[in-house]
Design a protein around this ligand. Sequence first.
Ligand SMILES: *[C@@H]1O[C@H](CO)[C@@H](O)[C@H](O)[C@H]1NC(C)=O
Ligand SMILES: *[C@@H]1O[C@H](CO)[C@@H](O)[C@H](O)[C@H]1NC(C)=O
Ligand SMILES: *[C@@H]1O[C@H](CO)[C@@H](O)[C@H](O)[C@H]1NC(C)=O
Ligand SMILES: *[C@@H]1O[C@H](CO)[C@@H](O)[C@H](O)[C@H]1NC(C)=O
Ligand SMILES: *[C@@H]1O[C@H](CO)[C@@H](O)[C@H](O)[C@H]1NC(C)=O
Length: 194
Amino acid sequence: MLSFNVGLYLLIASLVVFHMIPSPVACDDKEKDLLRDINTYRKVLNLPVLDENKKASCLAEEIADDLEHAHCEDFRDYYPTPGNNSKIPNFQKNIDKCNININATAEGVIMPLCVPKLSLDDLFSNYTKSNRFTKYLNSSKYKSAGVGSEDDWMVFIVSTNTSSGDFSFSSASSLLPHFLMLAFFFTTLLLFFN
Ligand SMILES: *[C@@H]1O[C@H](CO)[C@@H](O)[C@H](O)[C@H]1NC(C)=O
Ligand SMILES: *[C@@H]1O[C@H](CO)[C@@H](O)[C@H](O)[C@H]1NC(C)=O
Ligand SMILES: *[C@@H]1O[C@H](CO)[C@@H](O)[C@H](O)[C@H]1NC(C)=O
Ligand SMILES: *[C@@H]1O[C@H](CO)[C@@H](O)[C@H](O)[C@H]1NC(C)=O
Ligand SMILES: *[C@@H]1O[C@H](CO)[C@@H](O)[C@H](O)[C@H]1NC(C)=O
């Protein structure tokens, strides 16, 4: 039988592992409001509304987390281009975290924006008045969106419904990490209460 300390250690370790797996559902009101407003804008332009793309939202959340300590100036003159994410910090690491196939991001566009206190008016007017963003937000090619925010940073991602832009699963089984985590968690619980 394992000692209490080992059981406790394993329980804490499994909780840490649990928290390292990004949760795809973020209930941030600012994000919902921005998506709703942008969809209203698109309806006025007779464009299809953007459904939420959970994978893209996971990625947007991770990118926003990484940008949290960046200066606003770093992305003030950022012109997003489909598939060219060379300026986005830790891009490869973050798509791996969200279990996204890099080839499924090629046609998508990632639009980070820094606005003090995430004022919804400033966000909306920046996204819908600045040419570098409206180029994408005006396009019927995009069918879904991912939204994430942290501190003063908003990250809005538009995605297509094609395999080269839908931010879908990587070829590696996405269920495996969760399955392993659950197995680890329950083994730990068993050991703990042994
Ligand atoms: C991608 O962006 C980098 C710098 O942001 C630039 O140097 C490069 O030319 C761009 N590549 C393409 C294919 O647009
Ligand atoms: C992405 O596409 C390239 C070229 O088709 C291929 O070599 C690569 O393995 C693909 N990557 C993934 C993660 O599927
Ligand atoms: C964008 O947001 C900034 C605040 O960060 C604001 O000062 C500026 O007026 C906004 N620009 C547009 C075009 O809405
Ligand atoms: C996007 O649509 C708005 C509203 O029709 C228009 O003012 C703006 O110039 C368009 N932008 C681009 C890049 O087409
Ligand atoms: C993508 O959207 C277009 C237009 O809405 C539709 O015709 C097409 O069937 C969709 N493709 C997939 C793979 O869902």
